[in-house]
Design a binder for this molecule. Structure first.
Ligand SMILES: Cc1cc2nc3c(=O)[nH]c(=O)nc-3n(C[C@H](O)[C@H](O)[C@H](O)COP(=O)(O)OP(=O)(O)OC[C@H]3O[C@@H](n4cnc5c(N)ncnc54)[C@H](O)[C@@H]3O)c2cc1C
Length: 366
């Protein structure tokens, strides 16, 4: 195994849990499990152990742990290829966004439900004409008596067909500057006017969707933070989205398979290089977690981590191409899972070119 630094019982507990579930045949380790492996019972077990929303205050169902401790947990879950998709988005970014910007009423209403794995979130950011250029969203929220009605179309919405709630970035005012007049909402997925249509990806799997909002009513208190401040808030949220170990470890189960291969056709240099890169990336993950613990939103560090992490994930696939036999690279193998998921690695959560711009702009600052 590549990750061997054990820092205490938290990591051991997660290892024991995933080993038990795997040995009982309750899941099969797989690549990209944080998007593609959904098992509500597993998420509930994590919730029962206080491992969802673990950095949040106890009054909201959290365990008041640090982000560095959370990193130990998320690393172990990804490393095991465990079925974590049910709670991943809510735990990673919606909870923290509500904790930072939501009203106390919204925090009380939503956070305990996420921590208990009763509330599952999907992420309604991208639209047909707004991906990299997220500020171009056209979905519009109009003020009505007691709240808002949302009208628009979101796309590539992972897990929308199973989510109980959606995070929605919408325009609440038409401004000359497109970064102004945006707001964030929490929407019940069973609200009248929501239509979810599946999009099957090239691996034949259904994880993302198109979601139509046709005058969907959202009560006033479901606004996250301040009306019109959505851009500043969502940019902060992107550092939670980009700065975690899932941007490095999507192909880790394949790496384990490479190293376990009896006919390992790799040189010591090749092995040393990939393991050293992993060590550096883990340090970056830790740096981001430490910054989050200091209350910062490390945008540039998270962009750097995602850019380098996605390259690592793809290079593991290339390594497998030369290290594994053709039989071990067949349909249904970890290699096939990783290869078919890989076009999305450097697109989801921010395309590589866009991340390069973010990093370059930081370098340009005095
Ligand atoms: C597996 C997967 C899951 C996803 N899940 C979700 C989800 O749950 N919720 C959600 O809201 N979205 C989700 N997305 C959408 C994702 O965030 C967008 O695909 C991404 O932001 C890119 O937007 P786009 O597809 O519109 O591509 P575009 O914005 O059209 O970009 C296409 C390409 O053009 C280039 N480009 C664009 N703009 C620039 C620029 N400014 N500078 C340099 N080059 C540029 C880049 O090379 C980019 O790859 C998911 C995507 C994938 C692949």
């Amino acid at each position: 195994m590549v990750i061997t630094q054990v820092s205490g019982t938290l990591r051991d507990d997660v290892r024991d849990l995933t080993r038990r579930w795997r040995d009982e045949g309750r899941f099969v380790p797989r690549c990209d499990s944080w998007v593609r492996s959904f098992d509500l019972a597993f998420s509930k077990e994590l919730a029962d152990r206080g491992l969802i929303g673990m950095t949040w205050p106890t009054e909201f169902g959290g365990a008041a742990r640090t982000n560095v401790e959370r990193l130990e947990v998320t690393e172990e879950l990804l490393r095991a290829g465990a079925p974590v998709a049910a709670h991943w988005i809510a735990d990673r970014q919606i909870g923290p966004a509500i904790l930072r910007h939501g009203s106390r009423a919204l925090q009380q209403e939503i956070l305990p439900g996420i921590a208990s794995a009763d509330y599952l979130f999907c992420l309604g950011m991208s639209e047909p004409e707004a991906g990299s250029d997220l500020a171009s969203v056209r979905t519009f929220a109009t003020r009505v008596d007691g709240g808002w009605t949302i009208k628009g179309r979101k796309i590539w919405t992972s897990g929308a067909h199973r989510a109980t709630h959606a995070y929605v970035l919408a325009r609440t005012e038409r401004c000359e500057k497109k970064h102004k007049g945006l707001s964030e909402f929490v929407v019940d997925m069973d609200s009248p006017g929501i239509e979810v249509s599946p999009i099957v990806d090239m691996s034949g799997e259904h994880h993302f969707n198109e979601v139509l909002f046709d005058n969907v009513f959202v009560p006033s208190h479901r606004l996250i933070g301040t009306e019109g401040n959505g851009w500043r808030q969502v940019v902060e949220q992107l550092s939670f989205e980009r700065g975690g170990p899932e941007r490095v470890l999507s192909t880790y189960p394949l790496l384990v398979e490479i190293l376990a291969s009896p006919e390992l056709g790799l040189s010591r240099e090749e092995l040393g290089r990939i393991v050293a890169r992993l060590a550096v990336l883990r340090r970056l993950c830790r740096l981001v977690a430490q910054e989050l613990d200091r209350g910062c939103a490390p945008m540039q560090e998270a962009a750097t981590l995602k850019l380098l992490g996605n390259t690592f994930e793809r290079d593991v696939i290339e390594l497998a191409r030369s290290a594994l036999s053709a039989r071990d690279r067949g349909l249904g193998s970890s290699f096939a899972q990783a290869l078919l998921a890989s076009p999305g690695f450097s697109i989801r959560g921010g395309a590589a070119d866009v991340l390069l711009s973010i990093i370059a702009k930081q370098e340009a600052q005095p």
